[in-house]
Write a protein that binds this ligand. Structure first.
Ligand SMILES: *[C@@H]1O[C@H](CO)[C@@H](O)[C@H](O)[C@H]1NC(C)=O
Ligand SMILES: *[C@@H]1O[C@H](CO)[C@@H](O)[C@H](O)[C@H]1NC(C)=O
Ligand SMILES: *[C@@H]1O[C@H](CO)[C@@H](O)[C@H](O)[C@H]1NC(C)=O
Ligand SMILES: *[C@@H]1O[C@H](CO)[C@@H](O)[C@H](O)[C@H]1NC(C)=O
Ligand SMILES: *[C@@H]1O[C@H](CO)[C@@H](O)[C@H](O)[C@H]1NC(C)=O
Ligand SMILES: *[C@@H]1O[C@H](CO)[C@@H](O)[C@H](O)[C@H]1NC(C)=O
Ligand SMILES: *[C@@H]1O[C@H](CO)[C@@H](O)[C@H](O)[C@H]1NC(C)=O
Ligand SMILES: *[C@@H]1O[C@H](CO)[C@@H](O)[C@H](O)[C@H]1NC(C)=O
Ligand SMILES: *[C@@H]1O[C@H](CO)[C@@H](O)[C@H](O)[C@H]1NC(C)=O
Ligand SMILES: *[C@@H]1O[C@H](CO)[C@@H](O)[C@H](O)[C@H]1NC(C)=O
Ligand SMILES: *[C@@H]1O[C@H](CO)[C@@H](O)[C@H](O)[C@H]1NC(C)=O
Length: 835
């Protein structure tokens, strides 16, 4: 298979020539062979070159380092790209390295101390009489018997670097192979570099997990990190896109009998291609683009949170299109509802009704389009048909699910899970395969209706398989039909109903607020005063009276409030109704007992009441409310004026986002918009919004970040710190963060001894949200995931410099003109017009 343009006679001539002209005993550049009497000495330049000229072997220093390593890199590529390193852990500090071959065929590297080997290839199994080491044109460095060696036959190699790879998977390598020469089965791991400048083994390892049905894995340390899923005859269950798109590149060759599984190799064609396990935990396939002199990444995994094994707990499935990403399998419910609500899915889900194996009433529910669950502990039998597989699962009471092991041609083979089902991912329709999950009869109907109702997972299809109870099947079908009829009817009614926002009579509201008496005035918002009122016996309300000068037309006003009335989330203030009568426009909200967050944070008297638990609860609540606006509601809404005074607190100090007066609704694909009229509150607005008028969900994320940092510091962002006059809160925090002294800026009014870690996490997330560039800021779903994650904080990305502004408006930007329109009670609405 391997083609080598052989020129052993000319290379012999070549060495002969050098032997004559230079009696010194070391190899010279351009040769491809090392022999015991001719070591390779590090002089900064000399290297072996494979006979076809594709690869070069010698001493090198990684970019940014002066350490010397023996390695193999591409000979003809302008960017030095190292594919193999020998002494990964034992660099040589100076140009003193010596790579030599012993008489018995062991490769040895020595450094400054030339008496001890710092690296050795280990002793070859069988004694060689005249060993040589040769770099081959596929990048393999081999030790062979000089006479009669056949470079095409791996079985003649006494040793090869392909068996001990670094981080690079080259065409021709295999992950698991039975070695003909020794009969041993070899499993190979690829370990990432520590960093781009340090080839020492890093955190991530790629290899084959051969337990159960073999799967490709990435481990982080010893923890499973990503799972490629079992080979299903057409693709690895976890990477269906490879079957679809990259088959020209990767030629997976699976010979599956008990002893030999050689998942192999990238298609060897004329393209220069390599696959690496990179130091940040990604597998990448890169192709060299000669015309542009660069490597292009044509495949990269993991690419979304659902790819990570830790994402969701047992008996869940993960879907990257939905929010939240984890859901219980149909007819399962969260094991720990509280953690589940906090987006901690690690406990997973549990069966609603226990299986009833003895009476043979269980059935199977088909989950379509999946990455099959982890097969490390499942059993596989390639000889069975799918029907036999189902019967096998049905007859074994510990069987929880089954699936065909081979979907090439007709589905065949049998995979059986007798444990919790973990790491299931559901793909967009058209990808993935069917998984048959065993459920109790009582749960089947509800599982089906649940899946039918789920709008976000249309590709979950149901088939009911009831081997013994066909009558029961008919009755289930009938009840589903009934249910569907009924539920669609209910849906329709609900839709009709929530279109209508209650219209209140002006006199009712006047009565409720004592004729808008100043005594009942709660405060002044951007669009007018807010009054407290009482409807009937005990319903307290807040009434916002829009100023008559507001330019919005009645239709737009109605339209907007109808939309906002549809938003229902426990972290959004509920709009109860409105009133448009006699030139008045009133919005009636539920009354929030504890008023707005800013009075707690910045008001002198009440600061003490807000301990860290309460603050953390507020941060999470605001994040959830905002996530709902951005992703979960049927509309995508940008609030545009998120600030501490718009976060209201109910009697239990639960936060609710209020004031949607400036909110904008985005259509399906639209993700950002430009406005000439920049409205918002100074200190909370993102740089791109202030300067260019561009707003998107990322400008809300910025405001959210400011709120988080205000909650932690107890300081307003627009206040300049005395000691650093020109910097605002963000600027100060950033500097302290860089110096590692962020704890200085934590509000002294709450004790943080026990929660330092959580506070630090919130600061880091806050800083990530206020980064200057919108594309660097996380979305609210990642924000929430980062806030509740139990991972080490150092695994969060490092924030870049925030888009902070200098406190004096005059210095913001010369072509931006800020005009204070209104400033009441420290709430400022600012209009900025670009010229
Ligand atoms: C080495 O680093 C320099 C500057 O950072 C960069 O231009 C160059 O491409 C790098 N070379 C390699 C081989 O990565
Ligand atoms: C290189 O190593 C070999 C084997 O250890 C030794 O025989 C040779 O003298 C060394 N050469 C130099 C220049 O150190
Ligand atoms: C091979 O040679 C090395 C060094 O010369 C020696 O340490 C090792 O024991 C030898 N191995 C065998 C199998 O002879
Ligand atoms: C090591 O280096 C010293 C001095 O350069 C030399 O005399 C000695 O022969 C070398 N030994 C080996 C094993 O190469
Ligand atoms: C590959 O790495 C994994 C994780 O570190 C380890 O469990 C496994 O034993 C390794 N396999 C081989 C063949 O070294
Ligand atoms: C396959 O390639 C097409 C065209 O480049 C692309 O639209 C599609 O998303 C790719 N499919 C996958 C699974 O990556
Ligand atoms: C390898 O790639 C070449 C060219 O891209 C293609 O013609 C050939 O069919 C591929 N081979 C396999 C086995 O996929
Ligand atoms: C299953 O059989 C047991 C007796 O073996 C009976 O008590 C139980 O009610 C049956 N369950 C169902 C769901 O029929
Ligand atoms: C599958 O069938 C083959 C050939 O009939 C047989 O050798 C093998 O043992 C069977 N495997 C299992 C797991 O039954
Ligand atoms: C059920 O399947 C498991 C796993 O394949 C096996 O260990 C167990 O013996 C089976 N039980 C029965 C009763 O066949
Ligand atoms: C999968 O099934 C196809 C067609 O039935 C067959 O050709 C192929 O060998 C099977 N693959 C494995 C790994 O059993």
């Amino acid at each position: 298979m391997r083609r080598r343009i052989s020129c052993s006679s000319s290379s012999a001539l070549f060495s002969f020539f050098f032997l004559l002209s230079w009696p010194a005993c070391s190899v010279s550049s351009g040769e491809d062979t090392l022999s015991p009497d001719r070591p390779l000495l590090d002089d900064g330049a000399t290297a072996l070159v494979s006979s076809g000229g594709r690869f070069r072997l010698g001493f090198f220093s990684p970019n940014g380092s002066t350490n010397r390593y023996v390695g193999i890199w591409y000979n003809k590529i302008s960017i030095q790209t190292v594919v193999w390193v020998a002494n990964r852990r034992q660099p040589i500090a100076t140009l003193s390295g010596n790579l030599s071959l012993t008489n018995n065929g062991t490769l040895i590297i020595t450094g400054e101390d030339n008496s001890t080997a710092i690296w050795s290839s280990g002793s070859p199994a069988s004694g060689l009489r005249n060993p040589v080491a040769r770099i081959l044109d596929d990048g393999n460095f081999v030790v062979v018997e000089e006479a009669g060696s056949n470079d095409d036959d791996p079985n003649s190699f006494a040793w090869q670097s392909f068996d001990f790879p670094s981080d690079t998977f080259l065409p021709g390598m295999v992950l698991r192979q039975k070695q003909l020469r020794t009969g041993a089965i070899l499993n190979i791991n690829f370990t990432a570099w520590m960093s781009s400048t340090d080839p020492a083994p890093g955190q991530y390892t790629l290899g084959l997990n051969v337990q159960g049905d073999p799967q490709v894995f990435i481990w982080r340390g010893t923890q499973p990190f990503w799972r490629g899923g079992p080979w299903n005859g057409r693709w690895f269950s976890g990477i269906p896109e490879v079957a679809e798109n990259a088959s020209w590149l990767i030629n997976v060759n699976v010979e599956q009998n008990i002893n030999q599984i050689s998942y192999s190799a990238i298609n060897q064609s004329s393209v220069i291609v390599r696959e690496i396990m990179d130091s940040s935990g990604h597998i990448q396939i890169l192709v060299w683009i000669e015309a542009e002199q660069r490597w292009s990444v044509c495949w990269d995994i993991p690419k979304d949170p659902c790819d990570l094994m830790s994402s969701c707990g047992p008996n869940t499935y993960c879907s990257s299109n939905t929010s939240p990403q984890c859901a219980c399998l149909p007819a399962f419910h969260p094991r720990n509802q509280r953690n589940w609500d906090l987006w901690d899915w690690s406990d997973g889900c549990t069966r609603t009704t226990p299986l009833d194996c003895q009476n043979n009433t269980d059935g199977f529910f088909t989950l379509s389009g999946t990455k099959l669950p982890d097969t490390s502990r499942s059993t596989v039998n390639a000889n069975l048909s799918l029907v036999e597989c189902r019967a096998l699962c049905f007859s074994n009471c510990s069987c929880r699910a089954y699936a065909p092991s081979n979907i090439s041609g007709i589905e065949s083979g049998c995979l059986i899970w007798t444990d919790d089902l973990t790491d299931i991912k559901v793909y967009r329709s058209g990808l993935g395969q069917d998984l048959y999950v065993r459920l109790a009869a009582a749960d089947l109907a509800s599982a089906i209706s649940e899946a039918l109702r789920s709008h976000s997972n249309r590709n979950i299809l149901m088939i009911v398989l009831l081997p013994l109870a066909i009558l029961f099947l008919a009755s289930v079908a009938y009840s589903i039909w009934r249910w569907k009829k009924r539920s669609s009817h209910i849906d329709y009614e609900a839709e009709e109903k929530d279109m209508e926002l209650p219209l209140f009579d002006l006199n009712t509201i006047k009565d409720a607020t004592d004729g808008f008496s100043t005594y009942n005035k709660l405060g002044q918002g951007g669009f007018g005063p807010v009054y407290k009122g009482k409807l009937g016996e005990d319903q307290q309300i807040a009434v916002k009276r829009l100023s008559k000068t507001s330019s919005q037309g009645v239709d737009e006003f109605k339209n907007e409030i109808t939309l906002i009335a549809k938003l229902q989330h426990r972290n959004l203030v509920k709009l109860l109704g409105c009133c448009i009568q006699g030139g008045e426009r009133l919005l009636i909200y539920e009354y929030m007992f504890n008023g707005s967050l800013d009075t707690f944070l910045f008001g002198e008297a009440q600061t003490v009441l807000l301990d860290w638990r309460a603050r953390y609860n507020i941060i999470l609540g605001v994040a959830r409310g905002l996530l709902y606006l951005h992703h979960d509601s049927r509309l995508r809404i940008v609030h545009r004026d998120l600030k501490a005074s718009n976060i209201l607190l109910d009697k239990d100090m639960n936060p609710k986002i209020s004031d949607f007066g400036m909110a904008r609704i985005f259509g399906g694909e639209e993700s950002e918009s430009i406005t000439k009229r920049v409205v918002g509150t100074y200190g909370y607005m993102s740089p791109e919004y202030i300067i260019n008028g561009i707003f998107s969900i990322k400008s809300d994320v910025f405001s959210f970040g400011v709120i988080v940092l205000e909650i932690i510091s107890g300081k307003r962002n627009r206040d300049a710190d005395q000691s650093m006059e020109q910097l605002n809160l963000l600027g100060n925090l950033w500097i302290k963060w860089k110096e590692g002294k962020y704890i200085d800026l934590v509000d002294k009014n709450f004790s943080h001894l026990l929660s330092e870690n959580q506070i630090l996490r919130c600061i880091k997330v806050g800083l990530l949200c206020v980064q200057k560039k919108p594309e660097d800021r996380p979305t609210m779903s990642s924000v929430l995931a980062m806030l509740v994650s139990v991972d080490n904080i150092s695994l969060l990305p490092e924030p870049k410099q925030p888009g902070f502004f200098i406190a004096r408006p005059s210095s913001v930007s010369s072509d931006v003109n800020i005009r204070e329109l209104e400033s009441v009670n420290q709430v400022s609405i600012t209009e900025i017009a670009g010229r």
